[in-house]
Design a protein around this ligand. Sequence first.
Ligand code: COA
Length: 257
Amino acid sequence: MNFSNLKTELSEGILILTIARPEKLNALNQQTMDELNSCFDWIYSNPEIKGIILTGEGEKAFVAGADISEFLQMDGEVGRHLSQKGQDLFFKIENCPKPVLAAVNGFALGGGCELALACHMRIASENAFFAQPEINLGIIPGYGGTQRLTALIGKGRAIELMLTSDKIDASTAFSIGLANHVYPFSDLLTKAKELMLKIITKPPVAITMIINAANKAGSAEGYASEVTNFSKCTATEDFREGVTAFLEKRKGVFKGK
Ligand code: COA
């Protein structure tokens, strides 16, 4: 696929998806949001893509937020539309049936932090910073951040970050569960690929069912979805193969059905 503000590279089943507006610190303007939306449609439907690593171009920023230059004309109605559009896109990422790993290579601010939160996992480079600075503009996180940050790091810490706009560094992000791992910048993509390769050799239906059930954690359907998804897994050939391979003391070979 060809995009103006995204770069894609597919190898060994892993798509490296890079947001590429480095001159604007990869800020999410409308065009980039639209391209991400189309890109995830393609990701959903392309069987060659088994896992996605989402990162930003350059050594400075993952994504420095929504593009503030598009905010000047915003009123209540436009604001509602923008927030809904951002939420819809980030739900598409969160509900992706294939694992999505954010490799946070620098500033993840505002919508950039929310984008990382919509991914299934986050790893960070040592130079990464996370923040929700929307309050300085007189707004709030609008692409799901009030909900996902609170769910991930707890209400007290999330509200403090959103009210103060404080930037936290990678080691702090690690210590509060916002980043799963921290690596030197030069190792970030290698480590991201290692983690993704480990995951995508597992049975694909079980991968999707885990993501789906974990996305419902805390909601009324959470436990019921676990039962449904467990049952779907037990109906797969991969489940038979996994059990047989264990009993035969060999490595399972999974087909995704
Ligand atoms: N929207 C639009 N443009 C942005 C942007 C954003 N969120 N973040 C950075 N940019 C642009 C800058 O305007 C600048 O463009 P210019 O060279 O045409 O003037 C370019 O990216 C480089 O940013 P700059 O501010 O010069 O870099 P810096 O190293 O001095 O500061 C940041 C880096 C990230 C601290 C600073 O850019 C910043 O605070 N950005 C906004 C973060 C934010 O509030 N995000 C939430 C939005 S809701």
